[in-house]
Design a binder for this molecule. Structure first.
Ligand SMILES: Cc1ncc(COP(=O)(O)O)c(C=O)c1O
Length: 428
């Protein structure tokens, strides 16, 4: 029998595909609520990585079997990510070690076009990987402006963006989902405002990609970055760019390396096994809708998508729907603690503007002590600033231990949430 949207769901088949979820910690099955720091890996990913080493291990472009297989794996991974993001072509997908390194590389290349007086906009909501790479433009004479959040709900202040934008703005660097408090700003509005001012937009989708469908063509963003280890794959960074921009810009590269897009953006020998694993992660997400059952898929109304792109939109929509339920369950539990300070959107009517990531403090224990206590009971959470430096400073938490972060993924259950809530309840 398939579950109806809104009904409890038996996640056993989904969880069985993630071998590490069966891990024992403190005498019970481990509870992974550290997902924003990195998700657990699907078994297909582990097999694809092992298979790469067993059958294809080589450098690229050679005139022999393993090298040809490596080339095929890389092409396959680019096509998979192009499908995940609904990119016009696989040539627009660049791989690298992680999002941070790719963003620094892009910033350095884009920096070659920066002139004194140009303006760059970053935000208070962003992870520092989408702030620090752009700050060095100050050395080039550019002006850095910071779009603020409203507190305590930690939503991006679009009036602050409107007044920061000018005809001198060259780039707006903005997150699609906060890694600390879960806010998912209105990207369509931000991109349209930015484009109206003549600015390019760089979207950090690292924390968005595991939770909802992404469509770079509908968004019309100029660049978008994410990381496969946040969506059930290996440690691999991903950058999408509009083709003309990837072609026009000149990244720093070694002279013999290809001048073609996307290869000119990929410095040195790449993580081929990671690419093989990333394609497997995408294939899992394309099939996840079926694992949740037919009733869960009805919610998605496809528009002009076919094949794996349609399956991915369906799968990611199913994940989004399920996680919204989980988030409400978590929130209903957390808000019963009267001495809790929850940072981020707490109005349930606005929950479509946030993902399933919660940050809180309470007077009973410090954030680190709370995470240690939960960890001792087999529940994995994070504490500190998680590199969301601007936000932690804005909330007055930087230098005070930050906050506890609980981040849900689609393999988490309401039973795990209840276990966490009971543990918190027991703290006097
Ligand atoms: C929102 C966000 N952006 C960027 C990053 C950096 O990603 P990476 O570890 O791939 O460099 C992270 C990592 O946690 C993140 O959460």
């Amino acid at each position: 029998m398939t579950a109806k949207i809104g009904e409890q769901l038996d996640l056993t088949p989904v969880r069985a595909e993630f071998p590490s979820l069966a891990m024992n910690a403190a005498g019970r099955t481990a509870v992974f609520f550290d997902n924003p720091g990195g998700t657990q890996v699907h078994k297909g990913v582990i097999e694809a990585i092992a298979n790469y080493y067993l059958t294809s291990n080589s450098n690229t472009g050679g005139a022999f079997l393993t090298s040809q297989r490596s080339d095929e794996q890389i092409t396959g991974a680019r096509e998979a990510i192009a499908d995940l993001l609904n990119a016009p072509s696989a040539r627009q997908i660049v791989f690298g070690p992680n999002m941070t390194t790719l963003t620094f590389n892009l910033a350095r290349a884009f920096g070659r076009t920066i002139r004194p007086g140009d303006e760059i906009i970053v935000t208070t909501l962003d992870h520092d990987a989408n702030v620090a790479p752009w700050l060095y433009y100050e050395e080039l004479g550019a002006v850095i402006k910071v779009v603020d959040v409203t507190t305590p709900d930690c939503t991006l202040d679009l009036d602050s963006l409107r007044s920061a934008l000018s005809d001198k703005t060259r780039l707006v660097a903005v997150t699609a989902a906060s890694n600390a408090v879960g806010t998912t700003p209105d990207m369509a509005e931000i991109i349209s405002l930015s484009h109206a001012a003549g600015a390019k937009v760089f979207v950090d989708a690292v924390q968005y990609a595991p939770h909802a469908p992404i469509d770079v063509q509908a968004l019309d963003c100029d660049f978008l970055a994410c990381s496969a280890y946040k969506f059930f794959g290996p440690h691999l960074g991903i950058l999408y760019g509009k083709l003309e921009l990837l072609e026009e810009l000149n990244p720093y590269k070694v002279r013999p390396a290809s001048n073609a897009v996307p290869n000119k953006w990929e410095t040195g020998t790449q993580n081929h096994e990671g690419m093989a694993g990333t394609a497997a992660a995408v294939n899992y997400l394309a099939g996840v809708g079926q694992r949740f059952g037919q009733a869960w898929q009805e919610k998605y109304v496809g528009q002009n998508f076919t094949g794996r792109r349609l399956d991915l939109k369906t799968g990611m929509s199913v994940i989004k729907t399920y996680e919204q339920q989980l988030a409400l369950h978590m929130f209903d539990g957390l808000r019963t603690f009267r001495d809790f300070q929850i940072y981020g959107i707490t109005d349930k009517a606005l929950f479509d503007q946030r993902g399933p990531t919660f940050a809180f403090t309470w007077p009973r224990l410090t954030p680190r002590q709370t995470s240690e206590y939960l960890g001792q009971h087999g529940v994995f959470t994070w504490s500190g600033n998680y590199y969301a430096l601007n936000l932690m400073e804005r909330l007055g938490l930087e230098g005070h231990g930050g906050a506890v972060r609980i981040g849900l993924a689609h393999y988490n259950t309401t039973e795990e949430i209840d276990y966490l809530l009971n543990l918190l309840e027991a703290v006097k």
